[in-house]
Design a protein around this ligand. Structure first.
Ligand code: HEC
Ligand code: HEC
Length: 325
């Protein structure tokens, strides 16, 4: 009996030691990314700023997430007087709340271009904090480097706004897992728009459609084999909403939509009415940043459509607005 106790005690001791070593290893060896580059300076010419503004306002959506939104109106337009000041809360796993940070010069004005580039493409903040990938750095790090430079040059030109953003909370094991996610990136190339499919794939990644249209498990991990099949849940609007199936399945996805219908669906919101939604309309409001995407060019939207036509059709019927009656 004594020997058994000794063995069990010994084993428990070994386990504790292994766990402690693992913990220390995670804390000291991660996040594992190179130091911020010192050889980058963003080009702030009017052409690059215009490109950056187009991408930010209509595609990559930095200020869509990093600005509080007004959910009393269709698709939650951003509060323009607070552009980039952050503060909105995002919850993708129970017990884990993230807050979009202030990205105006009041907060990141003292960061070098290299530090900003590292945060946005590799996921490590200036002070070394690993960012949760709801901040879509895995996508941004794979875009063309000149596109990201243009966006960041534009972000630097926002009006400085002071704001206080709450600290994030990450439950176990996400608080440890988050350390392992940031990594060195390899920039991609932007295909020529004439190569419609490759270009559409690039724009779909840049517009991070998959981040909302692929269902996730309770730790926020995308379900394998369900890309673009919809069903991911949101509460940002104040009501439960679920993303649509945008695979080419005819019955449950967008398989029966023509290019014209798809493009018009977005373009129809280019000049929003700005009307306040009535109480019965609110449960059918959408967290999808439609007003932002509506400003994409018809060519860019058509390319996204063309790419979405080529992904695997998945049968998945989604009730988008379960709180509507
Ligand atoms: C889907 C929403 C979303 C989008 C889109 C987004 N971000 Fe973020 N971002 C966040 C969240 C949430 C955090 C905080 C993450 C955390 O605390 O782990 C963050 C963190 C950051 C940080 C770190 C700030 C700090 O003080 O540590 C920077 C810089 C940043 N984002 C810049 C950008 C830029 C530039 C873009 C566009 C290229 C962008 N973000 C797009 C949600 C978003
Ligand atoms: C912030 C999360 C979010 C992002 C990002 C997002 N969507 Fe959505 N999308 C939703 C939700 C939720 C719905 C369901 C509510 C609705 O119909 O608006 C939806 C609905 C749609 C619909 C309507 C489908 C139907 O059956 O009526 C289409 C089409 C669509 N999304 C395409 C896209 C494309 C393309 C992108 C990228 C350019 C994208 N979405 C990015 C959340 C998102």
């Amino acid at each position: 009996m004594k020997t058994l106790l000794k063995i069990v005690g010994g084993l428990a001791g070994v386990l504790v030691l292994v766990a402690a070593c693992g913990y220390l290893y995670l804390m000291f060896s991660y996040p594992s990314v190179p130091p911020p580059r010192t050889d980058v300076t963003f080009d702030t010419s009017p052409e690059r700023l215009a490109r950056g503004k187009y991408l930010n306002d209509h595609v990559v959506g930095c200020t869509t997430c990093h600005t509080q939104r007004d959910w009393t109106k269709f698709a939650g337009p951003v509060k323009t007087e607070l552009l980039g000041a952050g503060g909105d809360k995002f919850t993708r796993a129970p017990g884990s709340d993230l807050y979009a940070k202030n990205i105006t010069p009041a907060a990141i004005g003292s960061w070098t271009d290299g530090e900003l580039l590292r945060a946005v493409t590799q996921g490590v903040s200036k002070d070394g904090t690993p960012l949760f990938p709801l901040m879509p750095y895995p996508h941004y790090g794979a875009l063309a480097e000149d596109d990201i430079h243009a966006v960041l040059a534009y972000i630097r030109s926002l009006k400085a706004i002071e704001s206080i953003v709450p600290e994030r909370t990450l439950g176990f094991p996400l608080n440890l897992v988050v350390r392992t996610i940031p990594s060195a990136n390899t920039f991609g190339t932007r295909p020529s728009p004439s190569d419609t499919l490759a270009y559409g794939r690039y724009m779909t990644k840049a517009a991070r459609c998959t981040d909302c249209h692929t269902p996730i498990d309770d730790q926020g991990t995308p379900l394998p084999g369900m890309e673009f099949a919809g069903g991911m849940a949101f509460i940002e609007t104040g009501y439960r909403t679920r993303s649509a199936n945008i695979t080419p399945d005819v019955d449950t996805g967008i398989g029966s939509w023509t290019e014209q219908q798809f493009v018009d669906k977005f373009k129809g919101f280019e000049k929003p009415t700005n009307a306040t939604l009535s109480e019965p309309e609110r449960p059918q409001n959408t967290p999808m940043p439609m007003l932002a995407y509506a400003g994409m060019t018809r060519q860019d939207l058509a390319a996204i459509y063309a790419y979405l036509r080529t992904i695997k059709p998945i049968i998945n019927r989604v009730e988008k607005f379960p709180d509507a009656r």
